[in-house]
Write a protein that binds this ligand. Structure first.
Ligand SMILES: Cc1cc2nc3c(=O)[nH]c(=O)nc-3n(C[C@H](O)[C@H](O)[C@H](O)COP(=O)(O)OP(=O)(O)OC[C@H]3O[C@@H](n4cnc5c(N)ncnc54)[C@H](O)[C@@H]3O)c2cc1C
Length: 477
């Protein structure tokens, strides 16, 4: 045990196990565990409303695990560190690396402060399986296409998860009166957030339980069932991974170790491939740090977006008149989560049928998703919009009628989130405007009153999108 004080700076690693920064910090006689809330550093990507709710509960869970010793601060990381350095005999500051540009800036500021104050600063990789700098093509360029990236990455061993420290002598800064509640992460005068908390168990233990439950009960059949929103056969680990309540290394190792007791190779491989998509998003953000703002394919910089505010509102509130789109958007609003299939369908509808810039969709998801993640959200939107690296080709436009028919075959998902349509026969559920008056009456649906008419014509808007794309392709820069 080293006879000095260390700081462990928690950020997107709100867990005790497989936390290399904490593990090393705990080797010191005393450790100051801190969390710094610095919303200003995030500029236009201030933490979204749903993420705030998650963060509140996740910090409480971490604080409980640390016997109430988590020290909360508000402000710029380097200023907070400076004041701690003045108060304590700090030997080393430990943290785990993040990938967001503003987090990297915070890291650099703290690193340079440590340099000036002659304090050690140690940073570890814990949120990715591989180091983004190491997975390169033979010519040292980075991969822009997923499959060859995955092939190369899977040739390397992913980082190994480590145990939690056996002992942490955590200290509480008694002068600091800030509490998790004083961060005001839970909105006042509304009960909206209780819907989110009812839908989830938050924290490290909940994440571990969810992983093991998934392996035991949902991994078998994952490859096929993951595409059907109502089957509820995905892991729902994304918010836990985002906040670092569980690490991808823990997920990877557990699935490799236990998966074969419950599932076949195809399901296991497919699941690990999805986890590798997460890795690829982080990899892209590392190599293309403006992924959240700039079109990866700059041909799209001249795309003639229309940005109709009324259409945007209808999309956000789940009132487009296309039931599968509306079900997805209402799931998002009510639970802070949306199934991957409907993320693709709703995103495609916004960008290709409503002709609205992917930034608008990115922002709404950012505010509403509990798993809102700069790398995954940006890569997901760029993929759907067609401007991303290895994106869906622009001409692949998800059809908001057939997607519902194909992936919500019994209509349970759609009926769950749009109860107004609960009595619509399957035949008309995804295109209620084609039903006769008698069918609509029998189902208790009055279009334009309790459920909207479609706001745009799918065929027309599809053709317009394709035309705009064609013009873009031939336009001279
Ligand atoms: C427009 C759009 C926006 C998205 N925004 C986000 C976001 O902000 N945060 C986020 O975590 N994911 C995002 N995704 C990816 C994906 O939809 C979610 O990761 C997934 O739905 C989470 O559910 P799950 O944990 O049950 O996934 P599972 O199917 O159980 O997959 C396991 C894990 O693999 C990773 N993963 C799975 N699919 C993808 C994918 N397509 N891209 C990257 N990683 C993936 C996630 O970490 C996920 O938790 C977005 C996708 C699209 C199309």
């Amino acid at each position: 045990m080293k006879n000095e004080i260390s700081i462990v700076w928690f950020r997107q690693d709100l867990r005790l196990s497989d936390n290399p920064a904490l593990f090393e910090a705990a080797q010191f006689q005393q450790t100051l565990p801190i969390y710094i809330f610095d919303d200003c550093a995030l500029n236009e990507f201030k933490i979204g409303a749903a993420s705030k709710v998650w963060l509140h509960h996740s910090l409480n869970s971490l604080n409980d695990a640390l016997d109430g010793k988590l020290n909360i601060f508000i402000g710029t990381a380097s200023t907070v560190m400076q004041s701690l350095i003045e108060q304590y005999e700090i030997h080393t500051i430990f943290c785990n690396a993040c990938y967001e540009p503003w987090h990297i800036k915070q890291e650099n500021d703290v690193k340079s402060l440590c340099g000036k104050k002659n304090i050690n600063y140690k940073i570890f990789n814990s949120s990715c399986l591989w180091n983004a700098q190491e997975i390169l093509k033979d010519d040292e360029a980075y991969y822009k296409v997923f499959t060859p990236y995955k092939k190369r990455a899977h040739q390397y061993n992913p980082r190994k998860a480590i145990e939690k420290p056996t002992k942490i002598n955590a200290i509480k800064n008694l002068q600091n009166k800030l509490t998790i509640s004083s961060l005001n992460l839970i909105p006042k005068n509304t009960t909206w957030h209780t819907k989110i908390t009812k839908s989830w168990h938050i924290g490290e233990l909940a994440a571990q339980n969810k992983l093991f439950e998934f392996i035991k009960t949902k991994l078998a059949g994952y490859k096929y069932c993951r595409d059907f929103p109502m089957k509820n056969q995905t892991s729902l680990l994304s918010p836990h991974l985002h906040f670092g309540e569980i690490s991808p290394a823990q997920v990877w190792q557990s699935v490799k170790k236990l998966g074969f007791q419950y599932a076949n190779e195809k399901d296991i491989e497919h699941f690990l491939s999805e986890v590798t998509w997460r890795e690829f998003s982080y990899y892209l953000l590392h190599h293309f740090p403006t992924l959240h703002k700039n079109n990866f394919n700059d041909k799209f910089n001249k795309f003639p977006w229309k940005n109709n505010a009324q259409y945007l509102k209808a999309w956000q509130t789940g009132n487009t008149g296309y039931p599968i789109v509306d079900a997805g958007m209402r799931q998002l609003w009510q639970t802070g989560y949306m199934h991957n299939r409907t993320r693709m369908v709703t995103a495609s509808f916004l960008v290709k049928n409503l002709n609205i810039h992917w930034h608008k969709g990115r922002d709404w998801f950012w505010n509403c998703l509990v798993d809102a993640d700069l790398a995954n959200n940006s890569a997901g939107w760029q993929w759907v919009a067609g401007c991303g690296s290895d994106a869906a080709p622009y001409f692949r436009i998800f059809n908001s009628i057939t997607q519902g028919e194909k992936f919500d075959t019994e209509g349970e998902y759609t009926r769950k989130f749009i109860p107004e349509l609960k009595n619509m026969p399957n035949e008309y559920l995804f295109k209620p405007w084609t039903a006769s008056k008698a069918v609509l009456n029998a189902a208790g649906v009055t279009l334009g009153e309790n459920y909207p008419y479609p706001i745009v014509n799918l065929e027309e808007t599809r053709n317009q999108a394709l035309e705009a794309y064609k013009n873009l392709s031939v336009r001279k820069e």
